[in-house]
Design a protein around this ligand. Sequence first.
Ligand SMILES: *[C@@H]1O[C@H](CO)[C@@H](O)[C@H](O)[C@H]1NC(C)=O
Length: 141
Amino acid sequence: MCFCDSRPLRLLSVLLVGIALTGANCPSECNCLEHEVSCQSKNLKNFPQSLPFHIRYLDISRNQIKYLPLIELSYLTDLVYLNCSYNIIEKISRLPFLNVVKLISLDLSHNHLTTISQMTFQTLKSLTMLCSGVGLESTVF
Ligand SMILES: *[C@@H]1O[C@H](CO)[C@@H](O)[C@H](O)[C@H]1NC(C)=O
């Protein structure tokens, strides 16, 4: 009889899956520290891809990001702080923050926004600080 011990292999695959789920998804152009990700001043043209899902703090300020993607943002359900200031965001889709319900601070200042639909912030029940850089007069309600 041959007893094949598959335990080391199983352990290895558990480790690999663990790494894939946690450590591997810090975008190379960002600095990740537990629940905080900073991608400030990295010449990013797009919203960083494959961010860790559990992050609470995201700083993508001072880049050349044009828009906030609904799909990528909708995974970041624990996000509390989001700084998008000093980018070239022109438009925000209607519900980019649909799942980002815990957001407290959102900085959209110093972008190329001219109007923001009220719908955009409707789901943000915890929001206490909003810098939009867009005056109320030009906000579309
Ligand atoms: C967002 O980042 C900019 C600099 O990149 C900073 O000046 C600003 O205070 C930050 N906003 C918030 C709300 O922390």
